[in-house]
Write a protein of this length. Structure first.
Length: 327
């Protein structure tokens, strides 16, 4: 009996696995298909893509030192023609299957990026990035209580300028993806923090999601760290931000005076550009939130989407509207 017990203890110790557990939670009103891409030199996880039904979760173990990214694909189905190829409306990895098999997301897509510590004595690094655009709200929370949550709880599809909209309003492109110029892409002569400054577009997205990467050199306010060995939960469409592609609307005047007439999305942008700060404060999607949403996003996730002076947005909105005339 002594020999047997010793053997059992040995097996338990040998089987201990270091690393992190990633748990994916779907709080969207529809099924999503998360994709997983390991960086070069990191092993492939148990899956590279899977179905995640509404109100379900799934977990995967990642070894120490692993690095890679996660995202959610939406609107996925097999085509009725062309041999039944499988594809997604947003975040598609082009594999033609549920598994992405080493392929990344086609932009626009909201990304969660991780670099795990090589040992429990090191530090993990993580962020939520909008550099490749946005397709749905996402929050990353660490199991260690002292580590910050990050993400974007706002539905950016509802505030997306017309020139950035993609997938029939189900996603919002980055300015780099939309226009492809070095200034927006931080490339060529603009490939350094000193020469590539945030654009009016990225500033608006930063105001909506202060802890997310809004452009390539947004590191100081967007990269977070936690003690090695922490576990992480990635939540798609957290409860504070139900996913919807319906454009934001605001009343032009009281319903009694107009018979309930509503002004379509982008009135908030025009209001900021014309100096109507009161309307902009009421209508701006990243400023107009219910008290419950503000409390939820701030208390649970630490992601307060409010931004201080409206003047900053008036200037940015003026620039965007003026730019449209030359596009």
């Amino acid at each position: 009996m002594k020999d047997c017990c010793c053997c059992c203890v040995c097996v338990c110790v040998c089987c201990a696995v270091e690393g992190s557990v990633f748990t994916f939670v779907n709080k969207c009103g529809e099924t999503v298909w998360p994709g997983i891409l390991s960086n070069a030199g990191s092993p492939q996880l148990e899956s590279t893509g899977f179905e995640l039904p509404v109100a379900s979760s799934r977990s995967f173990q990642a070894p120490t030192g692993w690095s890679g990214r996660f995202w959610a694909r939406t609107g996925c189905s097999a085509s009725a023609v062309g041999g039944g190829a499988w594809s997604c409306a947003t975040g598609d990895c082009g594999s033609g299957q549920v598994e992405c098999n080493g392929a990344g997301a086609a932009p626009p897509a909201t990304l969660a990026e991780f670099t795990l510590a090589p040992s429990s004595a090191g530090r993990d690094f993580y962020d939520v990035s909008l550099v490749d655009g946005y397709n749905l709200p996402m929050v990353v929370e660490a199991s260690a209580g002292a580590c910050a949550a990050t993400g974007c709880v706002v539905d950016l599809n509802r505030m997306c300028p017309a020139e950035l909209r993609a997938a029939e309003g189900e996603a919002c492109r980055s300015a780099c993806e939309a226009f492809g110029t070095p200034e927006y892409c931080c490339s060529g002569a603009f490939a350094s923090p000193a020469t590539c400054q945030p654009s009016a577009y990225s500033q608006m997205f930063k105001a909506a999601c202060p802890k997310s990467y809004s452009y390539a050199f947004d590191d100081p306010t967007s990269t977070f760290t936690c003690a090695g060995g922490a576990d992480y939960t990635i939540t798609f469409c957290p409860e504070s931000a139900p996913r919807s592609s319906t454009p934001y609307t605001t009343a032009t005047s009281t319903p009694a005076a107009t018979g309930g007439l509503m002004l379509e999305d982008e009135s908030w942008l025009a209001s900021m550009a014309t100096g109507d700060a009161n309307t902009a404060r009421r209508a701006g999607p990243f400023l107009h939130q219910s008290p419950n949403l503000k409390r939820e996003s701030k208390s649970r996730f630490g992601l307060d989407s409010r931004h201080e002076p409206i003047d900053h947005f008036e200037e940015a909105a003026s620039y965007i509207i003026a730019s449209r005339a030359t596009m």
